[in-house]
Write a protein that binds this ligand. Structure first.
Ligand SMILES: Cc1ncc(COP(=O)(O)O)c(C=O)c1O
Length: 384
């Protein structure tokens, strides 16, 4: 008899996490030990040194691999550390195709650090999968995309891009930070690697940085574990425990983020001071049908146009329930100004090309009472 596969919320709470064999504690302890006693030469309980492996980290990694449907997961000190670890799979002379509208720190890492080692990058609008096909070169090894993109909420058809990549022997990595595995599972759609900034929805409480790479092949498991061991950019046991704790409520949090996100989007879409709104859950979004096909919810991220830098500043100064700040995915509503925050690093020209205006505001809808959020946005918009 085959065992019934548990649902997402059950796996979020139980996978990778067993009661402590020593005491029966239901929560995985925070193993604050850099080293482990050994019984003899080469005889140990599977742990030797915490840069290489740690039981709290193992629990988190098993949990995240299960939620994304991968075969391995490796956690790093931040999302950027995870992307850096992924890029170490490549060699001088290799070529990477990256979505053109990803988190600003990703092209900054690629262009200002990794390109020094002779790895070449091309940036394409992956919302048209044919652009990915056209950009593939004989030395292309990896395609890295985000969907939806930050902050303009453009989607990429993961299955279509995965098929193109696989025809040409190229691996597809998807940064799934915005959706979390609750709403989007890229591996089921053909992706080879899934990456997250766990700093966002997975942790969910804006109280710790982290990153993860979820792999699907034996070489991912081997390579990413080797990078952890060699470079040491691993996540501390305490931070691992914080994410384990956060993930237990991922399903209920995401449901609420989504429900409130839809209401806030509807409010903004009907507001006379908002000239444009970017949210895949609205039927007016040009890729709404794709959103319904590849995601099971629309999430919490909404961007909207206030018309100018002065308007954006006037409203952002007035918010009271929403917090003006970078980042996203926490229980609290965070509101930000992409041009001067997340996308400052790419420069004015690149922002203009992508359509990131000075009047654009991005909101990560939290799980406060949605009526309070709407009232807060309404009073803030009256400043314009
Ligand atoms: C989509 C996305 N990917 C990666 C990162 C980088 O993650 P971290 O800040 O944890 O290094 C961020 C950070 O905002 C992000 O939004």
């Amino acid at each position: 008899m085959t065992e019934r596969k548990h649902g997402f919320a059950t796996r979020a709470i139980h996978d990778g996490q067993h009661s402590d064999p020593l005491t029966g504690a239901v929560n995985v302890p925070i193993y604050l030990s850099s080293t482990y006693a050994q019984e003899g030469i080469g005889e140990n309980k599977g742990y030797e040194y915490s840069r290489v492996s740690n039981p709290t980290r193992d629990a988190l990694e098993a949990n995240l691999a299960s939620l994304e449907g991968g075969t391995s997961a490796h956690v790093f000190a931040s999302g950027m550390a995870a992307i850096t670890a992924m890029i170490t799979m490549l060699r001088t002379g290799d070529h990477v195709i990256c979505g053109e509208n990803v988190y600003g720190g990703t092209p900054r890492l690629f262009n200002q650090i990794i390109s020094r080692y002779g790895i070449e990058f091309s940036y394409v609008d992956s919302s048209n999968p044919e652009n990915v096909r056209s950009a593939i070169q004989p030395n292309t090894k990896l395609v890295h995309i985000e969907t939806p993109t930050n902050p303009l909420m453009t989607l990429t058809d993961i299955r279509a891009v995965a098929d193109i990549c696989h025809e040409r022997g190229v691996e597809l990595a998807v940064d799934n930070t915005f959706m979390s595995p609750y709403f989007q599972r890229p591996i089921e759609l053909g992706a080879d690697i899934v990456m997250h900034s766990t700093t966002k929805f997975l942790n969910g409480h804006s109280d710790g940085l982290g990153g993860v790479l979820i792999g699907t092949k034996p070489e991912h498991k081997e390579n990413f574990a080797f990078v952890q061991k060699c470079t040491g950019g691993i996540l501390s046991p305490f931070e691992c425990w914080m994410i384990l704790r956060g993930v237990k409520t991922l399903a209920v949090r995401m449901k609420q983020h989504d429900e409130s996100g839809r209401k806030v989007a509807a409010f903004l879409a009907g507001h006379k001071k908002v000239s444009k709104i970017f949210y895949p859950g609205l039927p007016s979004h040009p890729q709404h049908e794709l959103a319904k096909k590849q995601m099971t919810g629309f999430g919490a991220l909404i961007s909207f146009e206030t018309g100018s830098l002065a308007n954006a500043n006037a409203m952002l100064k007035r918010v009271k329930v929403c917090t003006l700040g970078e980042s996203l995915g926490g229980v609290e509503t965070l509101i930000s100004h992409p041009a001067t925050m997340t996308h400052a690093a790419i420069g004015a020209e690149a922002r203009a090309q992508l359509g990131i205006t000075d009047g654009l505001v991005r909101i990560s809808v939290g799980i406060e009472d949605v009526d309070d959020l709407i009232a807060d946005l309404d009073q803030a918009l009256s400043a314009i």
